[in-house]
Design a binder for this molecule. Sequence first.
Ligand code: GLU
Ligand code: MG
Length: 467
Amino acid sequence: MPTHADPVPGGRPGDLERATALSGELAARGVHGIVLAYVDTAGVCRVKTVPTAKLPSAATWGVGMSPVFDTFLGDDGIVTTDVLGSPDGDLRLYPDLDRLVALQAQPGWAWAPVDRINQDGSRHPGCSRTLLRRAVAEAAERHGITFRAGIEIEWVFCLGDAPDGEFVPATRGPAYGAARQVELGDCAAELLAALAAQDVDVEQFHPEYAPGQFELSVGALDPVAAADRSVLVRQTVRAVAERHGLRVSFAPAVAAAGVGNGGHVHLSAWHDGANLHAGGEGRYGMTARAEAFTAGVLAHLPGLTAVTAPSPASYLRLKPSQWAGVFTAWGPEARECAVRVITGSVGRRGREANVEVKPVDLAANPYLALACLIAAGLDGVTAGAVLPEEVRGDPALLGGEEAAARGVRRLPTSLAQAVAEFRGDALLRTALGPVLADAVSAVREGEIAAVAGLDDAQVAAAYRWTY
Ligand code: GLU
Ligand code: MG
């Protein structure tokens, strides 16, 4: 079970003993340093590291780091809000010992996600991991609902020796092709071995559509653990690729045109150990609460896009007819609707049924994305929101009038539009709290300004190696 308690200066009961034992075990295994990882508002994973012997001190007193990263941009520029972006101040990073793993593809290193608190022990309102932990705990308290989540990871393997910044796919085989599996077989086997050793339960791994593209999906977990895992999997993919002379792009759009990299989120709501998306009286086995939850997600998707697709490059990916799900519509196993309702196979529905949210990419901070998706869904549950009629096929083919009549809207086509939707969505801003809500708007506006005047190819190039 994940720890849902905030860190406290001096450590929670048992932390010191546990960290001391862990640091001894890690040192005996040849681990010299611990990577302390968190994701900033722009979606970039930032780290500090400490020697293994300092783990007990890190677990009890934290490790210092400036809060300025909350308003960093993808290009490392800095914007400010009323309370964030100042060069002053310091936070304490606390590793989550439940999530600490030795990194198989980086011998000598272990890794842990962190929560960030203020030096006086108070909550840092910019910490996205704390926000998600609290959102999950609150859902359980207020609604008796728990969640299981999984984030798909798509990326492109690129040649590591291509001239600086250029994109040359590392495979020549066709989409989903056996040739690609052969071309990168050694690297892929090493990746699977590393993930297994790190307790990452991989469901499947396959060559995807775009040149050099692959996808990996993992088993569902508590949302905080699922977000942690998304960060860990990317660290691992990158590390294995490095060892094979390859470079990895998780960017929403590696090139200006064509299919991009998604980070689809699978989410299911549970009550008393039962999956609300299966065995119900509603459509495709959904219970009334699962339908309302799905309706809530759909209703908030335009504003959510500023959180789930936060990069200017996200809008090169979010195009119709590329399986990125750019319409506020749902359908059973629908690959062009923003929300795909998945029932799972007969016999396993109670375990497998979930909703897949597609307009999410890997520039998204996974903690913020999950916290907002949960808030949106619970808003639907509270309001008893009615799920509209399903859509079959490609919603892009619906005529304008029919789409309007059915409530099918195109999601924002630019980051500026997404920010405008986000600003108008009081539920999402409240879910994030004023500090993070302002940070999201300010960082997105900073990204928009950073790409002013660039054409699509230049935007893709600008973010190709960022995430
Ligand atoms: N690459 C597609 C995207 O951008 C997703 C393909 C799939 O459905 O797996 O979201
Ligand atoms: Mg895919």
